[in-house]
Each structure stands twice: as C-alpha cells, then as structure tokens.
Design a protein around this ligand. Structure first.
Ligand code: EPU
Length: 339
C-alpha cells in the first residue's frame, strides 16, 4: 500500500535541517512500492530521497519525493576468510558499520559515523581516513527508472573515483540503488591505521595492536571532535571537494605556500585540502545569519538554526570566490545542490 501526502515537511529528512517541503511525498518500504511509485503517470516529476545527508535544498521540491526506506541486512556468501553481505538501501550507514563490528566483520570500520544511508553511499563513493566504500564494494542492484527492471552494477561498472561514480555521471537520475553487496573479512583484517589522526588517537589510548572496534572508536573520537553532529548542528559533511592541482600548478602554489598540507596522487597530481585554503582566507567560523563555516573544520558549512538553502548557497559562493581570489584555485561543491 502506498500513501502520498502533500506539502510534506523535509526538515527532519535532510541533515542540513533546511525547512523546505515536498509538494508530494511517499515512503517506499518495499521494492514493489518503489516500482509502483515510479510508475505513477500523474506525477511526472519524481525525486529520490535517501538519507538526505549529501544535499542542500534551496527551494521546495515541486515533485513527488520518494523516500527510499528498504530495510534488511543478509549474508549472501561466506567462506573461512570472507563474507559477503547484502544491505538494503534504506539501512542507516553507521548502524551498518556497528552491525559489522558486532559480527567482527572487517572493512568498514574507518567509515564509522558517516551520516546517510547505505543506498546513497556508492553514488559519491564515501571515504574517510584512508578508506573508501569502493575498497569493500562488490556490486549493487539498482532499479532502472524507465524500464522498472532491477539491474546489477559490478565494481568496474560503477566507475568509482574520488567522491565519484557512474551514478553522478552517465547514470545520474536514471537509477535508484536498492541494495549494496560488500565483501568483508572474518579474520586477518586489513587494518588502515597510518592516517595520521588515527595513529595519534590510538597512541593516546596506549593501543598498540588495535582491533577493528578500536579503529572504529578512534574514528568516532576524531570525527566527533572535528565534525558537527547533524543532530546538534545541521550540515552535510564536507561541502566542497578537495581540489586537485596539476604538477605545474602545484609547483607554483607550493612556492608561495610551502607550509600547505598536500597529498601526492599516483598520477603525478596533488590534492590540497580545501579546508586549509578556506581557513587561510580567514573564513573559518564565519557566520552570516544562520549560515556558517564550521569553526573546527572549514570544509563544512553549517546551519545554526533557521538558515535557508539560499543563504547557505550564498555563503558557499562567497567561500569559493575568496579561495579563487587568494589562491587562483577553483573549489567546487561536493554536496548536491537541489534547485
Ligand atoms: N585543515 C585546516 N583547516 C581546516 C580543515 C582542515 O588547516 O579548517 C587541514 C588539516 O589540518 C589537515 C588537512 O587540512 O592538514 C586535511 O584535513 P582533514 O584530515 O580534516 O581532511 P579533509 O581533507 O579536510 C577529507 C574528507 C572528509 C574525511 C576526511 C578524513 C573530502 C572532501 N573530505 O577532509 O570527508 O572525513 O578527509 O579522511 O575529501 C565528507 O566527505 O563529508 C567528509 C567529512
């Protein structure tokens, strides 16, 4: 059974806490309901909403908003060392990570506390502390919005990149991801602890041989110290992507700013943290009305209460212009701007 409501408030359904509404709204709690909703001819415009953690609503949504709320976690394959777990799209990401830790399944621990749902995680190939979703991803199933058939996407077909996949490019708006299958380790876990902040956190606790639970706890501690919890302060995590500079552009940049943190990428380019660039522009903690740059991580824009999406977007443009002006570097939003 499907129920469609009108003028549905979205404030609780987007982590930025923007008080926009959906002209029409329905929950899809089963694959059948999702198909039925997508097939509705009297609602030609449909908008798919997952965990609402990577978008900025700048206006009310003049469409049928379909909240994908499919639940379930199931082991589909296992041997001595590995297990494959199929997770439905509506499962909260962090709850999934906690579930894997309860089973002592390794692979997702560095991705602890990332807001959002499992079904939207592949779209931007979520990543943190030296690990990306693609490292344990096997495949996903997605409903083709035109044919209403389920299609499987292998790892290669997803074309994962830095905060990027086919679902942001050629497959954009053409599919609804309904489940994701991961391969996790049951023993001999591969631990990623070299990322500076993790090492420091483990040392602080005197932990020399960390378990995957220890790594998760370290990540939770680091994230909680730096990144605002959407429950307390609306935000969408990193608002911008870290810019990648060519070898030549980076050489010019580092001549001027030898102290700037940077990461060399395998293809000879360099990634520079946008948070550092923004902080150097003096914008960390800046506030315009209820729209703000977070005071502990300048890459994150926050809603201090009643900011509108337009106000956050206005601040984002100011930040981009300031970075362009000072460094001649273009930064671009990582968050989906919904117009
Ligand atoms: N920095 C500053 N000032 C700031 C913020 C950062 O100087 O206000 C400097 C830090 O001191 C550090 C460097 O910039 O030297 C990198 O900072 P951090 O480790 O916090 O990582 P980031 O590059 O800013 C990325 C991801 C985060 C992820 C962290 C940890 C992107 C766009 N963001 O941030 O992802 O948690 O690394 O792996 O790649 C997200 O996508 O929503 C997100 C939070």
């Amino acid at each position: 059974m499907i129920t469609i409501s009108q003028d549905h408030p979205l404030k609780e359904l987007n982590t930025f806490g923007i008080a926009a509404k959906a002209y029409y709204f329905a929950e899809a709690q089963s694959l059948g309901a999702l198909k039925e909703l997508l097939a509705l001819k009297n609602h030609p415009h449909k908008f798919i909403l997952g965990g609402g953690s990577n978008m900025l609503l700048t206006a009310d949504i003049d469409a049928l908003v379909i909240h994908v709320n499919l639940k379930g976690i199931r082991i589909v394959k296992e041997d001595d060392r590995y297990v494959q777990v199929k997770v439905m799209a509506g499962e909260n990401w962090h709850n999934l990570v906690l579930w894997t830790l309860d089973q002592n399944f390794g692979g997702l621990e560095n991705l602890s506390l990332i807001p959002g749902n499992t079904g939207t995680a592949p779209i931007q190939n979520i990543g943190a502390y030296g690990v990306e979703l693609k490292d344990s991803f096997v495949s996903c199933e997605a409903l083709n919005r035109t044919t209403l058939e389920l299609e499987e996407f292998t790892h290669a077909e997803c074309q994962f990149g830095y905060r990027d996949s086919i679902f942001k490019n050629t497959a954009k708006d053409r599919y609804v991801i309904t489940s994701v299958t991961f391969q996790l380790t049951k023993k001999d876990h591969v631990k990623h602890t070299t990322y500076g902040a993790i090492e420091g956190e483990l040392q602080k606790k005197g932990i020399k041989t960390p378990t995957i639970r220890d790594i998760s706890n370290a990540v939770i501690a680091i994230r909680s110290a730096k990144l605002p919890d959407p429950k307390d302060l609306g935000n969408s995590g990193s608002f911008f992507k870290n810019p990648v500079l060519s070898k030549e552009a980076f050489a010019r940049f580092s001549d001027h700013y030898p102290q700037a943190p940077h990461y060399a990428l395998p293809d000879g380019t360099f990634k520079v943290p946008a948070g550092w660039l923004i902080e150097q522009c003096g914008l960390k903690g800046k506030r315009k009305g209820d729209a703000g740059v977070h005071e502990r991580q300048a890459l994150v824009l926050v809603n201090h209460g009643n900011a509108t999406g337009q106000e956050i977007l206005g601040l984002a443009y100011e930040v981009m212009a300031a970075v362009q002006e000072k460094f001649n570097i273009t930064i671009s939003p990582e968050v989906n701007i919904i117009k």
